[in-house]
Ligand binder design. Structure first.
Ligand SMILES: [Zn+2]
Length: 56
């Protein structure tokens, strides 16, 4: 991205201009996706849950 005040080239996620100090509003992008549990974690979760289900 470019600073709309001075034209300084900045990284796309820059919060402020390194040249003139212009602050940019945070872009309304999608929030970072939560880390997906790996297959192994999901299996572990199922195994752990099953014990509870058998009790109930
Ligand atoms: Zn600037």
């Amino acid at each position: 991205m470019e600073c709309y005040t001075c034209g300084q080239k900045l990284p796309a996620d820059a919060e402020r201009c390194t040249r003139c100090g212009q602050r940019f509003k945070p872009r309304p992008t999608t929030p970072p996706a939560p880390a997906k549990p790996s297959l192994l974690d999901r299996l572990k979760g199922k195994l752990g849950k099953k014990e509870d289900e058998e009790n109930g």
